[in-house]
Design a protein around this ligand. Structure first.
Ligand code: SAM
Length: 220
């Protein structure tokens, strides 16, 4: 069972029993998602039709905050979230993200995301199509599909195999030209791996508690 804990900005996260690491920054789960994925990726691209691949659905916070941001942005979003080890529904109920995000309607949205049948794209709200895929990241095999990849795997010290060339080359292939991958990780070896695959790398300021993060672009 994953253990619930409160992060520095008051939002909850989980400590993974299986991998021995937390699902989000201890400095703040909500502020990390806002900074690394919503601001550095979702709000960064100006196009109005966006297809997103999330590497690690986990608690569902990234998906929930993307949907929440899109109520203002009104882009046409297709969101594919990949996860091999879904969390228990009773854990989902304890996350309480709708309170910190000050929007009661998000409670039902998060439950829906977790309860939907896997591998069935569903319009869960206008302009927001969501699909959860229960599978290993290693089995992703798509080409030129996505504008954005939220690369939110557990850190390289916990799961080094997810940050090496093999999986990152699948990410490169899955992105469309001009597409971006963002991650909280700023490790030199990871940036070198991304660069060797053809990505253009930007090191940009990280969320509170982290000096840098990475945005990688597949050239046009
Ligand atoms: C950092 S957490 C993701 C946090 C998530 N984005 C959120 O908003 O809560 C990493 C996730 O990757 C999942 N995972 C780990 N190894 C995996 C693999 N090989 N294939 C698919 N999922 C994996 C874990 O179960 C965990 O949910």
């Amino acid at each position: 069972m994953n253990k619930l804990f409160q992060t520095g900005d008051g939002s909850n996260s989980l400590m993974s029993e299986q991998f021995g690491v937390s699902y989000h920054s201890k400095h703040g789960a909500v502020q990390e998602t806002q900074h690394v994925f919503i601001d550095a990726a979702f709000n960064h691209l100006s196009q109005t039709k966006i297809k997103i691949l999330e590497i690690g659905f986990g608690t569902g916070l990234n998906a929930l905050m993307t949907l929440h941001s899109n109520r203002m942005a009104k882009k046409q979003v297709e969101y594919v979230a990949v996860e091999a080890y879904p969390i228990a529904m009773e854990t989902v109920d304890s996350l309480d993200y709708h309170t910190i995000l000050k929007d009661k309607t998000l409670e039902t949205v998060l439950k829906t995301m977790h309860q939907l049948d896997a591998h069935v794209p569903t319009e869960i709200e206008s302009n927001f199509k969501f699909e959860k895929r229960i599978m290993l990241f290693e089995d992703i095999d798509e080409s030129n599909e996505y504008d954005i990849i939220y690369f939110d795997a557990f850190a390289p010290n916990a799961q080094p195999e997810l940050w090496d060339i093999e999986l990152l080359s699948k990410m490169y292939r899955a992105l469309r030209k001009g597409g971006i991958l963002t991650t909280y990780c700023a490790k030199g070896q990871v940036k070198r791996n991304l660069k060797s695959l053809g990505f253009t790398i930007e090191s940009i300021p990280g969320p509170p508690g982290k000096r840098e993060m990475t945005r990688a672009k597949k050239p046009l």
